[in-house]
Design a protein. Structure first.
Length: 348
């Protein structure tokens, strides 16, 4: 989860364009290129799929889940202007894709939608363009939300925006805790795209939806990041009920996991001195896949520490306390967890 300064919209697992990468995915390349002027491969098939099921707005769970299929409007606009000029395409995308969802685009992309289309919206060249028709994302999101409700008793209602976007996040959330996005053009959705990965990602993101306002977006500190990302991964573990081991939950290799466990007290000693820090550069060391807190360790140790804090909290308070991870402040969760990793030499 992170802040975008623009109109106070916060995206979970998101970072601005110049700071390119995606949590749990791969490092982003710079995707530049000119939009095509002839119908690209895969597009007629996409267009047919969109024409057969054109609903831009779908709901599930009695309206609790709302999905805006912005990608369908994008497919239509690209297809209908395939033989036109770039100006035609920009105009159509502006009218049918930007205007109805301007608040979303302003928050996610920032200003300059037209410029982004001209310079970076390489639809034809993107290997992920047919991914939205590979599964029902409405069903995927509704399944994750329903299962989360079954586990916690809490209902994670949200508006989801499904887009071909700038790829800053594969899945993320807005600061009000009720707006979410799937960006099919994020790294990780190309040839290796797996629906199973998507389901795992959804279980983490639904935890953010459940935590919503309790995530204290006014004071975005290292502690907030550690606890909110860690509790989301802890919830992911519960959600998958033994199907994923701890390393898999965190998206670590076995050796990365072993390293973090062996150096846990050392990592925590550093983190303890930075918990109230709000600087982006420091927070990035805990959250981003291309930053490291410890030069020898894996990235995203904030997730690891928050995961261990959540485990400590739950070990102390029992399974019925799970709901507290979504409702208490990060500080309260930490203080009541008794989390205090000991150096390996001091361990019994
Ligand atoms: Zn997250």
């Amino acid at each position: 989860m992170r802040f975008l300064a623009v109109i106070r919209i916060l995206f979970w697992s998101l970072w601005p364009p110049s700071r390119s990468f995606v949590v749990g995915a791969v490092l982003m390349g710079s995707a530049c290129g000119s939009p095509p002027h002839v119908p690209p491969e895969g597009l007629p098939e996409l267009f047919e799929a969109v024409e057969a099921a054109p609903a831009l707005h779908e709901t599930a769970m009695d309206g609790c889940i709302q999905v805006h299929n912005v990608w369908k409007a994008q497919v239509r606009a690209v297809h209908l202007t395939a033989r036109g000029s770039i100006g035609d395409r920009v105009a159509m995308l502006r009218d049918s894709v930007y205007a109805p969802y301007s608040e979303f685009w302003d928050g996610y992309l920032g200003p300059g939608f037209d410029r982004w289309v001209r310079r970076h919206f390489d639809f034809a060249g993107h290997p992920a363009r047919t991914n939205p028709i590979r599964t029902s994302f409405l069903a995927l999101i509704a399944d994750a939300t329903a299962r989360a409700e079954e586990i916690t008793g809490l209902r994670g209602c949200a508006k989801w925006y499904l887009v071909y976007g700038p790829g800053y996040a594969n899945m993320g959330g807005l600061s009000d805790g009720r707006g979410m996005l799937v960006d099919f053009f994020a790294p990780g959705y190309d040839g290796d795209f797996s629906i199973e990965d998507m389901r795992q990602l959804a279980s983490h993101e639904v935890a953010h939806v459940l935590r919503g306002h309790a995530s204290e977006p006014e004071a975005w500190t290292v502690l907030n990041v550690i606890v909110s990302e860690g509790m989301a991964d802890y919830f992911k573990k519960i959600y998958w009920d033994g199907e994923l081991n701890d390393a898999e939950v965190l998206g670590y290799s076995e050796s990365e996991w072993d390293w973090t466990v062996a150096h846990e007290s050392e990592l925590w000693r550093i983190a303890r001195g930075q918990l109230e820090d709000t600087s982006r550069a420091v927070i990035d060391q805990y959250q981003r896949s291309d930053r490291r807190l410890h030069p020898e360790g894996p990235p995203r140790v904030g997730y690891f520490l928050g995961f261990r804090i959540s485990e400590a909290y739950m070990a102390r308070h029992g399974p019925d306390a799970l709901v507290n991870l979504f409702q208490l402040s990060a500080r309260k969760i930490l203080d009541d967890s008794g989390y205090s990793p000991q150096p390996p030499s001091a361990a019994p």
